[in-house]
Design a protein around this ligand. Sequence first.
Ligand code: FE2
Length: 227
Amino acid sequence: MGAVERSRAAKRVRCIEVILRLLAAETFIYVFVLRYFRSATPKLRKQEEAADYQVQLVIATKKSFGSSAKQCQKRSKDEMDGIETLEKDHARIRSLFSNIENTDDPQELEDNFEKLGNILTIHAEAEEQVLYPEASNCEGTQELIDKGHQEHDKGDQMVLEIKSISPNESKFKEKVRGLQEFMLNHLDEEENSLFPKVRQCMSDKKLEELGTEIKQTKAEVAHEVVD
Ligand SMILES: [Fe+2]
């Protein structure tokens, strides 16, 4: 073998050596990276799982708070006492009178007056069947109760009269204004005279029981009125 051939052979050997080293380095890198990811993946998974768990926990907590808040609202509604229940009706009656006052549309007049007539009937029945008999045990209420009965009767007559008038007629609103003046005076009197006497005379427990009874009576009367 000549010197030139020996030199070429030596170069080939070095080339093979370089290639083998590169392969070895690549293999090393590959193995290292693979190991790193193998060890890192469970950590990442755990981190993702932890993050996901935290998100689920926050969502669950929000849901829990939301449902608790709803339960609290429901409970507070259920716990409304008798006087509060009746005062709520009064607010609804005032609101319906206001709706009628603020429109001239015959359909709106008819719809609002129908609702008003229903709530006046249901509310008066609840007062006469539940509140007045219980309130008669409280001092200084009898005169107010008698007046309440009379005013309910007069209110019923006025409602009946308005029902016979078409909302297209100008006297429809005129008659409703008369009823409004009369009924709002009745509501004010109850709120300022009868209700405070009842509240003073009854325990909180009794007022809550009254509320339950008033709601039951209203539901029964409403069923009859709507049917
Ligand atoms: Fe009343």
